[in-house]
Design a protein around this ligand. Structure first.
Ligand SMILES: Nc1ncnc2c1ncn2[C@@H]1O[C@H](COP(=O)(O)OP(=O)(O)OP(=O)(O)O)[C@@H](O)[C@H]1O
Length: 260
């Protein structure tokens, strides 16, 4: 059970972006997808989310070809968590999370007690139930990101897709959000997120995927696949990897920081 992408190709008009993307990953993993600006990470995510339909190849979730699913069925399998953004309307946190439950509603019905309970359970999963009645607009960026993750959980999808979830977050909130994502992966969710930080992949990811020239150039444990030479080729700078004390993890530093 998980996500399989097979020979996925997609282009905007005559401009090819994805040229045969292949990877598969089981539930219970946090995957960090790296690739330079314009590599096609968002395009790949939009194909997986069914927002771009003109692709060739196959995307399967839990053994089901996503092309065969209706919108609501797809929403029960895969949820998208955007970067946190300013919300113009004064929704409460619980209302925001309840919006994630609409895929469980028949026709034009409004959310009821069941949806409220699902939303509250999602807040508990994220350990933010104390915020339920607060205004979403008045939360910090990090808190808002946790609420958006809760909204995806309320959607009751097992696969969460995130485009740079830590962009715009301060250092502490980045760590808090990444710790929560790692915990959710440990509970059985599959999380696929893009990042521009090799360190985020080293510190938190079970798997790293590198998208380059329209294909997955490397996929596997971050410490095994994110080599100095691969990172240098991808980002066009020399880097140095070093062991992070006794954590068993690696960290990445641009070579210029050495003062050369
Ligand atoms: N709607 C569109 N129409 C035409 N070209 C597009 C469109 N959206 C994206 N592109 C192009 O497709 C390529 C891949 O873009 P995409 O946003 O998927 O990259 P990305 O890896 O997510 O980049 P970044 O890291 O900068 O967010 C880029 O060259 C981009 O200019």
């Amino acid at each position: 059970m998980g996500l399989i992408v097979e020979n996925l190709t997609f282009g905007y008009r005559c401009f090819p972006v994805l040229k045969g993307v292949d990877f598969s990953v089981e539930k219970g993993n946090l995957v960090c997808m790296l690739g330079k600006n314009g590599a096609g990470k968002s395009t790949l995510f939009r194909c997986i989310l069914g927002l771009l339909k003109g692709y060739h190849g196959k995307i399967m979730a839990d053994g089901v070809d996503l092309r065969t699913l209706k919108e609501k069925e797809l929403a029960r399998k895969i949820a998208y968590i955007p970067q946190n953004h300013d919300q113009a309307f004064a929704f409460s946190v619980l209302d925001m999370v309840m919006m994630g439950t609409t895929s469980s509603l028949q026709g034009l019905k409004s959310p009821g007690r069941e949806q409220r309970e699902t939303a509250f359970d999602a807040l508990k999963t994220m350990r933010i139930e104390a915020m339920a009645e607060r205004s979403y607009a008045h939360l910090s960026g990090g808190e808002q990101q946790l609420v958006l993750i809760a909204r995806a959980i309320a959607q009751q999808a097992g696969i969460l897709i995130m485009d740079e979830p830590c962009a715009n977050l301060d250092y502490g909130n980045q760590a808090r959000v990444m710790e929560e994502l790692k915990r959710l992966a440990g509970e059985g969710y599959l999380i696929v997120q893009s990042t521009h930080s090799p360190d985020q992949a080293f510190l938190y990811a079970d798997q790293a995927a590198v998208l380059s020239d329209g294909v997955i150039k490397a996929f596997g444990k971050p410490e095994e696949v994110l080599t100095e030479s691969l990172l240098e080729t991808m980002y066009g700078i020399t880097v140095r990897l070093f062991d992070a004390g006794d954590t068993g993890r690696k960290l990445c530093m641009p070579d210029r920081v050495k003062g050369e």
